[in-house]
Design a protein. Structure first.
Length: 276
């Protein structure tokens, strides 16, 4: 891998990790386009994922710090409730990664055909959620009806269902952010709630997945393959691009339509099916 390839792939990872277009799928696409060897790519993938996690922490630091202060008051408050729901949302993907990781990798591999089909599914989810959320958001309760308010804007059941969406996103090309946001909106969670919840719920799973990959590599006796300079360039590219795309995506989820991303995913999928 050349230094410029590392920088480009880092930027691609940073941009697509938060935009609902699948970072894993785009990394596979650009790896093929740039002619990057598979050797050492695990080192690179782990590095750029840590970079995007760091950018998420910085963007949401105020919320994360508030949650940390709240849970250390050692009582069931809003912060404890929110963290509990985040943990519930992580259960499905934890089960998949811990017990079915090898089976999933063997099933999907690194096929661009799988990426194309997953992008089509992502497009469908985004389109449905955009329209379903607008419809449910306009539904008004009857006069005098007592509508219970969910604590922190999301229930435990909704958090679990969103977590199921994240578990499905282990397939390459199925956007993690797109799937979780779409699932939440389809479940009736408000946009401003999902704008934060969907990004915070993926932090621990991403770190966990990358840690397991490192442990497997070390167990097989693999060492660092890529030069540190390439990893550093990839990290910087992913971190800076991640900061920009994370902030942009929060604003998009709250105010803009996701159908435009659905169309983008559909176009990329069709190009892969035709030319890959």
């Amino acid at each position: 891998m050349e230094w410029w390839q590392a920088l480009i792939l880092g930027i691609v990872q940073g941009l697509t990790e938060f935009l609902p277009v699948s970072s894993s799928g785009h990394l596979m696409i650009f790896k093929e386009l740039l002619g990057v060897d598979a050797e050492g790519f695990l080192d690179f993938t782990v590095t750029v994922h840590f970079a995007t996690v760091l950018s998420t922490v910085i963007v949401f630091w105020s919320a994360i710090w508030s949650l940390l202060k709240g849970i250390f008051k050692f009582r069931y408050n809003d912060e404890t409730d929110y963290v509990a729901k985040l943990i519930v949302s992580m259960v499905p993907v934890a089960v998949v990664v811990l017990f079915f990781k090898d089976s999933v990798e063997a099933l999907f591999g690194e096929s661009l055909f799988v990426v194309a089909i997953s992008l089509i599914i992502t497009a469908l989810l985004l389109f449905l959620s955009d329209n379903a959320s607008r419809f449910s958001g306009r539904r008004k309760p009857s006069a005098g009806a007592d509508v219970p308010e969910r604590r922190n804007g999301i229930s435990f059941l909704q958090a679990f269902v969103v977590g199921l969406g994240q578990a499905c996103a282990v397939a390459p090309g199925l956007s993690r952010s797109g799937t979780t946001i779409a699932t939440g909106l389809l479940c009736g969670v408000k946009r401003d709630v999902m704008a934060q919840f969907s990004f915070l719920m993926v932090l621990v799973p991403i770190l966990g997945e990358q840690l397991l990959s490192v442990i497997d590599a070390v167990g097989e006796g693999a060492g660092l393959v890529l030069p540190v300079t390439d990893l550093l360039l990839g990290f910087i590219g992913a971190f800076v691009a991640g900061l920009v795309s994370c902030k942009a995506m929060v604003a998009i989820v709250r105010k803009a339509r996701l159908t435009y991303f659905a169309l983008y995913c559909l176009v990329v999928a069709l190009m892969l099916l035709l030319f890959a």
